[in-house]
Design a protein around this ligand. Sequence first.
Ligand SMILES: [Zn+2]
Length: 74
Amino acid sequence: MSEVGKDFPEPRPHPNTLPCADCGHVWFEGERRHQYVEADGTITIEQDADVVCQLCHVKRTRPVSGGDEGVKYW
Ligand SMILES: [Zn+2]
């Protein structure tokens, strides 16, 4: 018997096959791509991460103005 393959993670669906978690964007060929990202926009390989499109990925990494925590980013 072979142990080969035992340590490989479960195959994930390609993020392009899933709708964007933030805007519901559905990928089609030629459209903006989707990524697995954390809530703060960090690209991740975690299976339970959100799938977002590139536009929403940018929004997560650089929050739109009006943050209610009083944090200044510049
Ligand atoms: Zn989106």
